[in-house]
Design a protein around this ligand. Structure first.
Ligand code: GDD
Ligand code: MG
Length: 360
């Protein structure tokens, strides 16, 4: 079975992390976010994935190649943004039977096999997975009949329109018939247009309600951070969930005086010097160098980062190739790739753009 993944967004709300790294490639437990999504699809029998390319998609092509874990991978160009429906229509020639379509910024452990079984038993033309959220206003609200047939779909509902906690989880099963409801070459929305047309024409359009599985839309910095923490703690339970405690990558060397508490993942080929304290939840990427007496607490660090002696990193995200001068303190901050600080630099609640040199 094929799956189409929409990865055309610019990741604006995740800037500055997404200036040089596409949202889909942001590391979660040292593996690109979208690879976790594809792994879940493969676990449910998907053998071909089609990405609708967007911002910095070359990095995705390098990672996945033409075959990833036995799954065929195809990239489709979108010369200009076609929207969520237009992006799907643009791949029509590859999709001649039932297929999954996913928003590329959502991870969930929804039972896709059970969803497919329901889709087939209802002879649906479209099935949407629904998940509960506290506040549906930033999502697509979906009201259903008792037999799960969809009654109403309201994208970004106003407060007076909110009559349920169930929203569109950004995961669909579609029949090729749906292409008849999308104009080609135009920017169109599956939520605001295509789904409304299916309702208007009384087509068999169903919800697959899943209140138990893990679900997250990695739409902003806090959600990205939370997803790393949920994976590490096992709150999100999936094939990537590491054992509790310290997980140390191949070729990483730790001095015997290093203390690690809580859930921690250290990538491969890192060097951790004497006196370092790592207080989980913490993720550290590959090839990082943590110098003497540094302290890392509740943070996500990407690849090839250098922390000098006595640095303290708290509740922060540090992207690739940053170098933090000795005795510096980062708290509640987000550093994009290639940021450099002089020694004793203090930073609280800040967002730093790629390649910035911070000096006292
Ligand atoms: N190829 C392509 N082209 N992809 C696009 C385009 C485009 O022009 N525009 C958006 N996308 C992709 C985004 O990259 C993202 O993966 C997905 O489509 C959804 O777009 P968002 O911009 O993230 O939408 P949203 O989060 O506000 O709302 C959507 O997701 C919610 C669940 O997270 C809607 O589908 C809601 O109904 C849903 O509840
Ligand atoms: Mg989104």
């Amino acid at each position: 079975m094929k799956a189409l993944i929409l990865v055309g967004g610019l990741g604006t709300r995740l800037r500055p992390l997404t200036i040089n790294t596409p949202k889909a490639m942001m590391p979660v437990l040292n593996k690109p976010f979208i690879a976790h999504v594809v792994d879940h699809l493969i676990g449910h029998g998907v053998d071909e994935v089609i990405f609708t390319r967007g911002h910095l998609a070359g990095q995705m092509e390098l990672y996945f190649g033409e075959i990833y874990r036995g799954c065929k991978v195809t990239f489709i160009n979108e010369e200009r943004p076609l929207g969520t429906a237009g992006g799907i229509k643009n791949c029509e020639r590859y999709l001649d039977s039932t297929f999954f379509a996913l928003n590329g910024d959502v991870f969930s452990t929804i039972d896709l096999s059970a969803m497919l079984a329901q889709h087939r038993s209802k002879h649906a033309v479209a099935t949407i997975a629904l998940t509960p959220v506290e506040n549906p206003s930033a999502f697509g609200l979906v009201e259903t009949e008792k037999d799960n047939r969809i009654r109403r779909f309201v994208e970004k509902p106003k407060s007076e329109e909110i009559a349920t906690d169930l929203i569109n989880a950004g995961c669909y099963i579609l029949e090729p018939e749906v292409f008849n409801y999308i104009e080609s070459g135009k920017n169109t929305s599956i939520e605001r247009e295509t789904f409304q047309f299916l309702l208007r024409d009384h087509r068999p359009f169903y919800a697959f309600v899943d209140r138990k599985s893990y679900w997250i839309d990695m739409g902003n910095r806090d959600k990205y951070f939370q997803f790393n923490m949920d994976m590490l703690s096992g709150r999100c339970h999936c094939s990537a969930t590491p054992p509790a405690g310290a997980n140390i990558g191949d070729g990483t060397t730790l001095d015997s005086s290093v203390t690690i508490t809580g859930n921690v993942m250290l990538g491969h080929s890192c060097h951790v010097a004497p006196g370092v304290r790592i207080e989980g939840p913490v993720v550290v990427g590959d090839r990082c160098n943590i110098s003497k007496n540094a302290l890392i607490r509740n943070s996500v660090i990407w690849e090839n980062v250098e922390l000098d002696d006595n640095d303290e990193v708290n509740e922060s995200i540090i992207a690739d190739n940053c170098h933090i001068g000795s005795g510096s303190r980062l708290s509640g901050s987000t550093l994009a790739d290639g940021v450099y600080t002089t020694p004793d630099y203090f930073l609280t609640g800040s967002q730093v753009w790629p390649g910035t040199a911070l000096s006292n």
